[in-house]
Design a protein around this ligand. Structure first.
Ligand SMILES: [Zn+2]
Length: 247
């Protein structure tokens, strides 16, 4: 494989909210509103333009070069709208929310058996608002399923139906996909492509090394968690910190 011509970090966020009590499950996935704001200002200060996946694609495909970073939010929490949107708008940034299409107005029920605190997901109206405010809605399946454990038909329907129902909702193309739990394989990636998506993200950790023949349907990302402080953010953005092989 050719060596990368550039490296693009795609940041993964979940909730933008104060952390639940110590010891709570998945507490690390809540980045506080203050810290999120400070991180976005760091991006600005460093000269990065933060982009949703749709706007990032020309850079990922190597057609454009620039100091860009992708911003993604998994699951579609309501607190992305309340706490992240004002910050993004103030800085002229865009981001992609990967929504669970059949669960608008619901909660992260798929995590309930792990004792994870239940918090509201955006309603249909809120997803529409997110889109109308210049942000992107992508798909995270219909029901936040383990795609690798679904039958072929179930998996294909989760991939296809979430796209069409979100498109009906926002009246615009939904072209970005994110695998729930980061579970994917070559077959799933091919179905995502056949369904008409332009790219898909995983939870594999790395910046995207832009190169010829890059697989757009298994893009790695850079996780940002509650404890990510700014020096670490800089390492994740500007160095090979995330790109090193992990066991
Ligand atoms: Zn998820």
């Amino acid at each position: 494989m050719s060596s990368p011509i550039s490296f693009i970090p795609i940041l993964t966020y979940h909730q933008i909210a104060p952390a639940p009590p110590k010891g709570s499950a998945f507490r690390s996935l809540c980045v506080s509103p203050e810290r999120f704001k400070s991180q976005m200002h760091w991006l600005k200060r460093l000269g990065f333009q933060a982009l949703c996946m749709r706007e990032l694609m020309p850079y990922v495909r190597g057609e454009r070069v620039g100091r860009v970073v992708g911003i993604t939010f998994d699951d579609g929490y309501q607190n992305n709208l309340t706490h992240a949107l004002p910050v993004l708008k103030a800085l002229g940034f865009t981001a992609t929310v990967y929504a669970v299409s059949a669960m608008a107005s619901g909660s992260n029920i798929w995590d309930a058996h792990l004792g994870v605190a239940q918090v509201p997901l955006m309603s249909e109206q809120e997803l529409r608002l997110w889109h109308e405010q210049g942000q992107e809605v992508g798909s995270h399946t219909e029901h936040h399923v383990h795609l690798t454990q679904c039958s072929a038909l179930e998996a294909q329907e989760e991939i296809r139906r979430s796209k069409s129902s979100l498109e009906g909702l926002i009246q615009a193309p939904v072209e970005q996909f994110c695998y729930p739990y980061g579970e994917f394989n070559a077959e799933l990636a091919s179905w995502v492509q056949e369904a008409g998506y332009k790219a898909a993200t995983t939870t594999q950790r790395s910046r995207v090394g832009v190169r010829e023949g890059l697989d757009l349907f298994t893009l790695p990302r850079v996780p940002i968690v509650r404890s990510t402080m700014w020096p670490q953010l800089l390492l994740k953005l500007l160095t090979a910190y995330e790109d090193r092989p992990r066991p």
